[in-house]
Design a protein around this ligand. Structure first.
Ligand code: NAD
Ligand code: IPM
Ligand code: MN
Length: 351
């Protein structure tokens, strides 16, 4: 098989982790008889600073025929985030209808959680985050900017189709995992959107009689992800809640540098996009110490999505093997002193 992958390294540590990872992906794929053709798109904030645009007007047309997209990160200290993110990352998720965002959190062997008493395998859950609407809808506005009577409105939009899609994807995952689903809401305060969400979960639940459904308010869920992360299996949440909970998921399982993510177009009409959960990390950019594992595991999710399970498994296993080996190099976020490239080499040695 052969795949065309659009790569968008983006900003900050994005290019560092993507550039180091691509040769590894070529290597693992070719060992399984899979041919990878990567085409890089230099979209991002450097481009914005030169041209006033994060990506060209026909950007989505340029990559719509790709089999998948691999993205690094977007965000630059010199430009306000709403400009860069609405100029690049969010239009791709929305334009390609990547409704399902899948974000696993796993405490790997050899990795220490900042929480006391958890060992490898104790934490293993996946968040299904609604990815194209909700609190990230484009409905809203600012009027009377700068005046005392200024008003800012940011509306959340929850469609039945979008909500059913993410809830169904989460139920499906729960049936394949441990049969436990936690639905995250804030129905006590958000009496329209989140009661609607609860209703959709309640309507779909009878189709999955083997899945046990738990409902948690997002504030309590944030606490419980710290207090009892070992008790979660699959979580389903709106766009903003899922965003917040997956940073908690990343850190309780060791590091932002380990957390992968997939933005999935469920009907295969458009390409899906894979990217680490983390951002451009301006605090460590240029030092060559960004952990590439979140990107490698995002690529592993990409291969699984393409149906290349053997390639995917090889990447997961090799990352696990590096982490489990006390003598293997790891980056400073995991307590080591290795560079991004040294970690990629160590993964490649264990393929
Ligand atoms: P961040 O994820 O970039 O960084 C948070 C912390 O995690 C930092 O201390 C950083 O050094 C560390 N970290 C992140 N990735 C790491 C890695 N691979 N290895 C080691 N340490 C890592 O979050 P932030 O600081 O809130 O955001 C920085 C910029 O990135 C902002 O512009 C934000 O909007 C953007 N952002 C983009 C994405 C994305 O492109 N998907 C995601 C999150 C944030
Ligand atoms: C993420 C990021 C993005 C999000 C930002 C950068 C818009 O935080 O992918 O988790 O909120 O989706
Ligand atoms: Mn986030």
């Amino acid at each position: 098989m052969s795949y065309k992958i659009a790569t968008i390294p983006g900003d900050g540590i994005g290019p560092e982790v993507v550039d180091e990872t691509l040769p590894l992906l070529h290597e693992v794929a070719s060992r399984h008889g899979v041919d990878m053709e990567f085409t890089e798109y230099d979209w991002g904030t450097e481009r914005y600073l030169e041209t006033g645009e994060m990506m060209p007007d026909d950007a989505l047309d340029q990559i719509v025929d790709a089999d998948s997209i691999l993205l690094g990160a977007v965000g630059h200290p010199d430009v306000r985030d709403h400009i860069t993110l609405h100029g690049l990352l969010l239009p791709i998720r929305k334009g390609f209808n990547q409704q399902v965002c899948k974000r696993p959190s796993i405490l790997f062997d050899g990795v220490e959680s900042p929480l006391r008493g958890y060992e490898s395998g104790d934490i293993d859950f996946v968040v299904f985050r609604e990815n194209t609407e909700g609190e990230y809808s484009d409905a809203g506005g600012r009027i009377h900017e700068g005046f005392e009577h200024e008003v800012a409105v940011q509306s959340a939009v929850h469609t039945r189709e979008g909500t059913e899609t993410i809830v169904r994807a989460a139920f499906e995952a729960a049936t394949e995992r441990d049969g436990h689903l936690t639905s995250i809401t804030k129905s006590n305060a958000q009496a329209f959107s989140m009661t609607f969400w609860d209703d959709v979960v309640g309507e779909i639940a009878p189709e999955y009689p083997d899945v046990e459904v738990e409902s948690l308010l997002v504030d309590a869920a944030s606490m419980d992800l710290v207090r009892r992360p070992d008790q979660f299996d699959v979580l389903v949440a709106s766009n903003l809640f899922g965003d917040i909970l997956t940073d908690i998921g990343a850190i309780v399982s060791g590091s932002m540098g380990l957390a992968p993510s997939g933005n999935i177009n469920v009907d295969d009409e458009y390409p899906s996009m894979f990217e680490p959960v983390h951002g451009s990390a301006p605090d460590i950019v240029g030092q060559g110490v960004a952990n590439p594992m979140a990107t490698v595991l995002s690529a592993a999710m990409m291969f699984e999505n393409l149906g290349e399970d053997a390639v995917s498994d090889a990447l997961w296993s090799a990352v696990r093997a590096v982490l489990a080996d006390d003598d293997a190099p790891v980056t400073p976020d995991l307590g080591g002193s290795a560079s991004t490239g040294e970690v990629v080499d160590a993964i490649e040695e264990r393929l």
